[in-house]
Design a protein. Structure first.
Length: 319
C-alpha cells in the first residue's frame, strides 16, 4: 500500500478549512465574502481585533462552529499557511540578504557577527518584519477611508504614529481592536498583510532566541561517565556510523584509495544538519571543544581511559 503524501493531505485540509469558513460565515453568519475572509485571517493569525466585522456568535450553533473552526485554524497555521508564507519570505530573503551583506562590510558589524554567529540571520529576519510593518504604515496613511473615527462620524486619515501603532499591535497578534481596517480594500489588504506579518514575527522571534539566548547555553557533557559512554555506543545512529567507518577502512586496506571528493555518510549528515538550519555552526564548534576536553589522554577518541584521566569524580549515587 502506497504511503499518503502529507503535503497533499495538508492542501486538501486547507481547502476544507477555506470552504468551511466561507460557507459558515456567509450562509449562517450573514457576513459578506470580504468580511468572511477578513475574519478568517484574524482567526488563523490569532490577531482577533474584535471589531464589528468579527462580532461574537450568539447561538449554540454559532458557539460550537466558532469553537471547532478556531481549533481547525490553529492547525492550518501550523501546516499549509505557515509553509506557504515561509516560501514567500524565503524568496524575498535574497533581497534582504544583499542589504545585510552591504552592512557586513562594516568592521564593527563583522566584529559583532564574530561574537554572535546567528546575528546575520536575526538581522535579516528583523528587516523582513520591519519591511512588512512599513508596508502597512504606507497603506493605512494613504488609502482613502482608512483612519480614526471622529465624534461627528467622519474618518480622519491615520497619522504616521497612529499607523505605526496599529501595525505593531496587529502584527504582534495583540490586536486590541481600537484601530482596525475600515474599508473593503483595507480588509482584503489586512487579511494578507496579517498572515505574512505574523509569520515574519515568529521567524524573527525564533532567530532572536537562537542568537542571543541559545548561545549562552552549555552544549555537550560536563562530565564523562561509563553510563554515558554505553549510551553513546548503543545509539543506533552511532552504530551505523561506526559500521560505515569500518567499511571504508576495509576498502582502504584492500587497496581502494579514497578520493579527495569522497564524502562519508557521517560527513553528509553533518553538512545537511547545517544546511537545513537544524544546528548552528557555533554549536558544532562548542561540541568539538567539549569533545577535546573530555578526551583527557589526547587519543582522538573518548573511552574508559578518559574517565580514569578525568580530575572530576562521578557523582555518588544517593543513599
Amino acid at each position: 500500500m502506497s504511503s499518503v503524501d502529507p503535503h497533499l493531505v495538508v492542501k486538501y485540509a486547507m481547502l476544507v478549512w477555506l470552504l468551511t469558513g466561507l460557507c459558515g460565515f456567509t450562509l449562517y453568519g450573514g457576513y459578506s465574502v470580504i468580511d468572511s475572509i477578513y475574519l478568517m485571517a484574524q482567526i488563523v493569525t490569532t490577531v482577533g481585533y474584535g471589531d464589528p466585522a468579527t462580532m461574537m456568535p450568539s447561538t449554540n450553533f454559532g458557539y460550537l462552529f466558532m469553537t471547532f473552526y478556531v481549533l481547525m485554524s490553529v492547525l492550518m497555521l501550523a501546516g499549509f499557511a505557515g509553509a506557504a508564507v515561509d516560501g514567500f519570505l524565503n524568496d524575498q530573503d535574497a533581497r534582504i540578504k544583499s542589504a545585510v551583506d552591504r552592512l557586513s562590510r562594516s568592521k564593527s558589524y563583522r566584529n559583532m557577527a564574530r561574537r554572535h554567529p546567528g546575528l546575520r540571520k536575526f538581522l535579516r529576519a528583523s528587516l523582513m518584519w520591519v519591511v512588512i510593518v512599513a508596508v502597512g504604515i504606507a497603506f493605512f496613511t494613504n488609502w482613502p477611508g482608512e483612519g480614526v473615527a471622529t465624534p461627528d462620524g467622519k474618518i480622519q486619515q491615520y497619522t504616521f504614529v497612529q499607523a505605526l501603532y496599529m501595525s505593531v499591535i496587529t502584527l504582534t497578534t495583540v490586536g486590541f481592536g481600537d484601530e482596525t481596517p475600515k474599508t473593503r480594500v483595507g480588509k482584503v489588504f489586512g487579511a494578507l498583510w496579517m498572515l505574512f506579518g505574523t509569520v515574519a514575527l515568529a521567524n524573527m522571534a525564533s532567530k532572536f532566541a537562537t542568537t542571543f539566548l541559545e548561545e549562552k547555553r552549555f552544549f555537550g557533557l560536563k562530565q564523562l561517565q561509563s553510563s554515558m559512554l554505553q549510551r553513546i555506543q548503543n545509539d543506533a545512529h552511532v552504530r551505523a556510523s561506526r559500521e560505515n567507518r569500518k567499511e571504508m577502512m576495509d576498502r582502504i586496506s584492500k587497496g581502494y584509495g579514497m578520493k579527495d571528493t569522497t564524502i562519508a555518510k557521517a560527513e553528509f549528515m553533518l553538512f545537511m544538519l547545517k544546511e537545513l538550519d537544524m544546528v548552528q555552526p557555533y554549536v558544532l564548534d562548542r561540541l568539538e571543544d567539549n569533545f577535546n576536553n573530555l578526551d583527557r589522554d589526547g587519543s582522538g577518541y573518548i573511552d574508559e581511559d578518559d574517565i580514569s584521566h578525568s580530575p572530576y569524580k562521578p557523582p555518588e549515587a544517593p543513599a
